[in-house]
Design a protein around this ligand. Structure first.
Ligand SMILES: NC(=O)C1=CN([C@@H]2O[C@H](COP(=O)(O)OP(=O)(O)OC[C@H]3O[C@@H](n4cnc5c(N)ncnc54)[C@H](OP(=O)(O)O)[C@@H]3O)[C@@H](O)[C@H]2O)C=CC1
Ligand SMILES: O=C(CO)COP(=O)(O)O
Length: 335
């Protein structure tokens, strides 16, 4: 039986622990809070993040990372992106030789603009062949109740991608492999920013044409950045690109979309942050994404307007007016 450690017991970590267990692994889920760990071990539920869903018996919880990590073949990482580097500096020395690191995270690191797999490689000192990224239209709550969905397992090593693919293939989650790690990670990070904008449109009362136009133009700027970074264009037509954009921009379950919707209804960043219990990665990722794009001469007008709303206090309606008033050009352009 495969042994997996999942860190930590938030929404997606808890649900992915269930996926791995349903696919046949013995899973140790690391919680930061003893009450959460006790509840998972005693009642098979995580009341803080996944109330009402029973976890399989093969999911055990601990508050001690070393207990989970010492014999884990898969080290599955699901912390907010801004916390990854400091967490891994603590955790990596506890990981056994040969383990594969799996990133579930969809964000970019502030200041460095690094993708999560880059942060893993740097802090854990492992090569790309021991890193996989899982990304796709995977709203945790829907996967938890086993609504059928698909996802992508990306790794530069086909063997690693296949190993993780077979570890998370269940009757309700269908994983496809992809060698394009850059494209899959960018798809996941940028769609969170676009979902903030989708929520703003919803909050301002705009309809389906506005949403569809946003998704298509959001995809265009994701693809421009991807092309400049060497990603495969087809990745963005797939699950980690268009698939995740549609799911996240369209679902009230999305934390990013909900965050944006509150901004669209007139709340300030501080007011929304005060209400937000779970991570909305787009809020922190939009600046490192813009920095990356600016360094490469790539234009990301929607991401820029989201940044202005978040950090410059621009009213969302003004952001829409600004986007609509630029001189229109060809639909496709490389930069
Ligand atoms: N939820 C979803 O539907 C999906 C999420 N993702 C991605 O997965 C990643 C994790 O998201 P998700 O599980 O939803 O987030 P949640 O906000 O639901 O959970 C965050 C988890 O990280 C822990 N945590 C918070 N801050 C820190 C910190 N500074 N150091 C260590 N641990 C910390 C929390 O512990 P505590 O409870 O003790 O605060 C909690 O276990 C994100 O990158 C997200 O984009 C990807 C696909 C689907
Ligand atoms: O990544 C997700 C779905 O694929 C979850 O999106 P949110 O983080 O916006 O909830």
């Amino acid at each position: 039986m495969r042994r997996a450690a999942v860190l930590t017991a938030g929404s997606w970590g808890t649900v992915f622990a269930k996926v791995l267990a349903d696919a046949g692994a013995r899973v140790t889920l690391v919680a930061r809070d003893r009450e959460v760990a006790d509840s998972i071990n005693g009642r098979h539920v995580n009341p803080r993040y996944l109330d009402g869903v029973r976890l399989p018996d093969q999911v055990r919880a601990t508050v001690r990372p070393e207990q989970a990590l010492r014999d884990a073949e898969l080290v599955v990482l699901a912390v907010p992106s801004h916390a990854l580097r400091s967490c891994l500096l603590d955790w990596a020395p506890m990981v056994g030789p040969g383990a594969v690191y799996v990133s579930l995270m969809k964000g970019m690191e502030a200041v460095t603009s690094h993708r999560m797999s880059e942060v893993i490689a740097q802090t854990a000192g492992v090569g790309p062949d021991r890193i996989a990224v899982v990304s796709g239209p995977n709203l945790a709550r829907e996967i938890a109740v086993e609504h059928p969905a698909a996802t992508v397992v990306a790794s530069s090593s086909a063997a690693t991608a296949h190993q993780v693919q077979s570890a998370c293939w269940t009757p309700y989650l269908r994983p496809y492999t992809n060698g394009d790690v850059v494209g899959c990670e960018l798809g996941g990070a940028v769609k969170n920013v676009i979902a903030l904008a989708a929520g703003m449109l919803e909050g301002m009362g705009f309809g389906t044409n506005s949403q569809a136009s946003l998704i298509a133009r959001g995809l265009a700027e994701t693809m421009r950045l991807g092309a400049a970074l060497g990603a495969e264009p087809m990745t963005f037509a797939g699950l980690a690109g268009l698939g995740d954009l549609v799911a996240t921009c369209g679902s009230p379950l999305s934390r990013n979309r909900t965050f944006g919707e509150r901004l669209g209804r007139g709340m300030t960043l501080e007011q929304v942050l005060a209400q937000q219990l779970q991570v909305a990665e787009g809020v922190r990722s939009c600046r490192p994404l813009l920095a990356l794009a600016e360094g490469l001469g790539v234009s990301m007008p929607i991401t820029r307007q989201v940044e202005r709303v978040l950090y410059e206090g621009l009213p969302p309606l003004e952001a829409v007016k600004d986007l609509m008033s630029h001189e229109p050009g060809p639909e496709y352009r490389p930069r």
